[in-house]
Design a binder for this molecule. Structure first.
Ligand code: B12
Length: 215
């Protein structure tokens, strides 16, 4: 099967909310020895964005959104482990999570895997992570970088809370804070005083690598 056809199957599986089809398409990616990251970025990600647009236009509702998320996660469960792990020279430790009140994890998981592939030690705190937990864990684990993902306009404020929390305790300069997620922008990152905004997982790794060199 051609790579284009396999990408089409990945897209179709998410758009049809079909986890079984997503698993079959992911297996086809593996069988064809395709680059897993390309399959994710060109097949799965555009499809889930289309689903988000349909939800916004109220053409579909929460159950479909959940099923699409499940289909995407089923394919990612096979594809993300295939992203080659970088040398464990550990450039730095990164503590990453999705902010408080927000359970969107797909983008954060892709960023985590790519950071690991880029040679970072990654401590993934999961979703709905309290501001204090980001900071306490970063201190406890000797992390230099904190990554905060937020997918909703109602939760991006928690990214600012992390920075304010660090400033209040005099710890701001000890950590590089990177932010990302759907509604965030470079302007937002500048406004809240973050150290970098990543538009995707590849960009996130570049930012983290730059932060390590800059220290
Ligand atoms: C799948 C999905 C869900 C799934 C999530 C499943 C899961 N386990 O993650 C479920 C069904 C649970 C869900 C629930 C809800 N959702 Co929802 N969801 C989506 C959807 C369709 C896709 C999100 C996604 O996975 N995108 C794909 C990934 C790859 O993209 P990404 O997350 O942006 O990540 C990339 C970059 O942003 C970047 N990045 C991400 N994080 C980070 C972090 C750092 C540090 C860096 C550097 C970079 C970086 O790299 C990533 C990889 O390239 C979006 C629509 C959309 N366009 O995003 C809506 C969307 C985010 N959801 C929305 C809403 C409203 C909800 C609900 C409130 C719905 C409801 N009525 O209950 C709930 C919220 C629950 C909660 N408290 O969090 C809205 C938010 C609107 C807004 N702007 O505020 C959206 C935009 C849909 C819409 N268009 O209306 N959702």
């Amino acid at each position: 099967m051609s790579a284009e056809k396999i990408l089409e199957q990945l897209r179709g599986a998410v758009l049809k909310y079909d986890s079984d089809a997503a698993v079959s398409a992911a297996k086809a990616v593996i069988h064809a020895k395709m680059d897993p990251l390309q399959a994710i970025e060109k097949g799965l990600v555009p499809a889930i964005h289309d689903v988000g647009e349909k939800f916004e236009k109220m053409e579909i509702y929460l159950p479909e959104l959940m099923l699409a998320g499940d289909a995407m996660k089923s394919a990612l469960a096979l594809l993300l482990p295939l992203v080659p792990k970088g040398e464990k020279t550990s450039k730095a430790t990164v503590v990453i999570g999705t902010v408080q009140g927000d359970v969107h994890e797909i983008g954060k998981n892709i960023v985590s895997s790519m950071l690991m592939a880029g040679g970072f030690e990654v401590i993934d705190l999961g979703v709905n992570v309290k501001t204090s937990t980001f900071v306490d864990e970063a201190k406890a684990r000797g992390a230099k970088i904190i990554g905060a993902s937020a997918l909703m306009s109602s939760t991006i404020g928690s990214q600012k809370d992390i920075i304010d929390y660090l400033s209040a305790s005099g710890d701001r300069r000890r950590f590089t804070v990177l932010v990302g997620g759907g509604p965030t922008t470079q302007e937002w990152s500048d406004e809240i005083g973050a150290d970098g905004w990543g538009k995707n997982a590849v960009h996130a790794v570049k930012l983290a690598s730059k932060a390590v060199k800059g220290r």
